[in-house]
Write a protein that binds this ligand. Structure first.
Ligand SMILES: [Cu+2]
Length: 346
């Protein structure tokens, strides 16, 4: 054990020494770059290094990508009020009711009851007020009450709670699937059913937010767009570390884990702009990868898909072509199998 300890201490000391060497060298490096010769050659040094998340800025869009809605104050973004954001999905409304009208009253009543009991005991049964205490050690009635009452309360909470949990994980037949990919530190959205185009979404600068009237640090250069009234299946995954895709007004939060596909869903009937944020600490710029989901009408959605170079299912050439090739390729094989089977069984 002592040998291991000594080794650990030695390793620690070595690391410290290395760190101090590195910090001592750092100012020297800065001084070199700041020297007049370096400054003079700097403009001819070559193209700037590409930054991660730059592709959206680098690829010029052919058609301007339309944006349909401005943010509504108090909806789909944080407010100064205590409590949940106004919910715009059915599940969110159920969850808000459960929180506000079931859990909060139960919690309040229990807290007040316990506080009352404590005060009662402290006042009525202290040494001065009750000099000769009772020797009671059992009381069947009270013991049954304090066992059964919590069980009933827990059951009353468990039923709506499990119902909500189950509904969150039971995606109805989706009208649209969006694959959400977390990156350090931006989001990208793929639309596999619409020609598989991808939207890369980066945070806006403060002055850009101001100019567009978007809440600070929540505006993005390319929004995730979905049609109103459609069941949207969201598949989350990640490019690097664990992120979490969360939009509070939709009551959704799903981890985006590298190498894994997670699933959640939402259906919003009211068109508008709703914001969220990455909700899993993912590194230095975790706080700067906002989510902006724009819920639009079906026509607006088709327009947006077209502007991104995608196709609507069943309309564009991209949608028809694979189906036709598939049928052509599949039919002879299927026929062959069907024809071969009776021969084999006989
Ligand atoms: Cu993140």
């Amino acid at each position: 054990m002592t040998r291991v300890k000594t080794k650990l201490i030695a390793a620690g000391l070595a690391a410290l020494a290395l760190a101090s060497v590195a910090s001592a060298q750092a100012p020297a490096a800065v001084a070199t770059t700041a020297s007049p010769t370096a400054t003079a050659t700097a403009p001819a040094a070559g193209p700037a290094l590409p930054t991660r998340g730059a592709p959206s800025a680098a690829t010029p869009a052919k058609t301007p990508i339309p944006e349909f809605y401005a943010p509504t104050p108090g909806v789909g973004q944080p407010t100064a009020d205590i409590g949940l954001q106004p919910q715009v999905t059915e599940l969110g409304q159920y969850a808000a009711w459960f929180h506000d009208d079931v859990l909060m009253p139960i919690i309040t009543v229990i807290s007040l009851l316990v506080l009352g009991l404590l005060l009662w005991v402290a006042v009525r049964y202290n040494r001065r007020a009750n000099a000769t205490p009772s020797r009671t050690s059992h009381n069947t009635v009270i013991e049954i009450i304090w066992t059964v009452a919590p069980v009933l309360i827990l059951l009353a909470i468990a039923v709506p709670s499990i119902k909500l949990l189950a509904a969150q994980y039971a995606t109805p037949k989706p009208d649209l699937t969006v694959k959400v990919i977390g990156h350090q530190w931006y989001w990208s959205y793929q639309y596999p059913g619409n020609g598989d185009f991808e939207v890369v979404s980066n945070i806006l600068k403060d002055d850009e937010d101001k100019a567009k009237g978007e809440p600070r640090q929540l505006g993005v250069d390319a929004r995730m767009v979905v049609p109103a009234g459609a069941v949207v299946k969201v598949i989350t995954t990640s490019d690097d570390v664990i992120h979490s895709f969360a939009v509070p007004a939709f009551w959704i939060k799903m981890d985006a884990v590298p190498g894994r596909l997670n699933e959640t869903w939402f259906k919003v009937d009211r068109p508008g702009l709703y914001y969220g944020q990455c909700s899993e600490l993912c590194g230095a710029r975790h706080g700067y990868m906002p989510i902006a989901v724009e819920v639009v009408t079906k026509d607006q959605f088709a327009q947006w898909v077209k502007a991104n170079g995608g196709t609507m299912p069943g309309t564009g050439p991209g949608a028809v072509k694979p189906v036709a090739t598939q049928t052509a390729a599949a039919t002879p094989t299927e026929n062959a199998t069907v024809a071969a089977q009776p021969a084999k069984t006989n």
